[in-house]
Design a protein around this ligand. Sequence first.
Ligand SMILES: NC(=O)c1ccc[n+]([C@@H]2O[C@H](COP(=O)([O-])OP(=O)(O)OC[C@H]3O[C@@H](n4cnc5c(N)ncnc54)[C@H](OP(=O)(O)O)[C@@H]3O)[C@@H](O)[C@H]2O)c1
Length: 378
Amino acid sequence: MKYRQMGKLGIEVSAFGMGCMRFPMIKNAEGVDVVDESVSTPVIRHAIDSGVNYVDTAYVYSNQKNEMMLAHALRDGYREKVYIATKLPTWACNTREDMDRLLGEQLANLETDCIDFYLVHALNKGSWEKVRDLGIREFLDKAKASGKIKYACFSFHDGYDTFIDIIDSYDWDMCQIQMNYMDIENQATLKGMQYAGSKGIPVVIMEGLLGGKLAKAPDNVQALYDEFPVKRSPVEWAFRWLCSQPEVATVLSGVTNMEQCEDNLAIFDRCEVGCMTAEEEELIAKVRDAYNSRTKIGCTGCRYCMPCPNDVDIPRIFSTWNDLNLYGAKLKENGRYKRIIADNHAADKCIECGACEGVCPQQLPIIEKLKQADEEMR
Ligand SMILES: NC(=O)c1ccc[n+]([C@@H]2O[C@H](COP(=O)([O-])OP(=O)(O)OC[C@H]3O[C@@H](n4cnc5c(N)ncnc54)[C@H](OP(=O)(O)O)[C@@H]3O)[C@@H](O)[C@H]2O)c1
């Protein structure tokens, strides 16, 4: 395992950070959706045994069951081997007291006395102004002083200007941003990441594969990879590009099974700061154009918009729409969309309440795009 400096913090973290959001779910004996711990525990422990020392969860992941799942995986001596990162759900904070209550719950969920990296979750302009006015900075100072958290951090989903506003508004220990070779001018942007680096604030990366989209190269992208003299998988190209950036401390890799975990452990061992050559950067620029030419909507399938109050399966509809277009399938009356209609989750059920748009980290115009997707695929 390769380790990297955590900016000004004076500690080292593994280049591969274990992202816990995307483990498969199953129904337990009571019919409740829970994380399939027969998958998550062995994967997390194998990653730690292979040198991973950073694990990322959040209060809301997996229907609020993810922190408990992680606590179970970290029993038997694994807790002591890792830094735990978890996140305060800003949308559940309506008073200053809510912050204390939620932190207390999270410490219990995680079966620990101290959360190493405590992030204010998915900040954007609106949520930042809300928690700032509720006293988040004083809350973080107090939580650090009491030893309940070690580092005060934030994760971010908005544009460059808001990123700069937030990062300059407090003495943050770390920031977590969505970055991959497609998002250089989107979200915090490459410029924002470099700004954080210039202040010594370590940067943790999420959605490095754009939620898995960059792992499955469509034919126009695969053709570019095939023409290149050095052969690498699409996953390796995406992680290699990220590891090459000096500001990046750890890349959270969300895996869904052991095979992906093994694959990614090996990939991270082959990458380091500055590993991309000028020719490789040129290849990635062409790949970016090829993806952009076929993407219908920038949904990453994070599922923050779910559950929809009227049962529209927003991520499934958008991934179907993107996939059909990316991989050259016919859009109209395609079997995949027919199944969504048959399951009673199609876009025409949208009642335009807007609950989804308020929480979408990508700030997508979901209502309008659902209509367009329905028109094109029905
Ligand atoms: N704070 C926030 O706002 C926020 C938001 C998003 C994520 N996060 C955190 O960041 C972590 C990383 O983000 P992410 O899960 O979106 O990461 P990602 O790396 O962009 O996508 C992960 C997905 O890529 C696919 N994949 C991974 N390795 C692969 C391999 N070797 N071969 C083929 N496919 C592979 C899998 O999807 P399939 O198996 O389904 O194809 C996997 O679930 C999350 O787990 C979470 O902890 C935080």
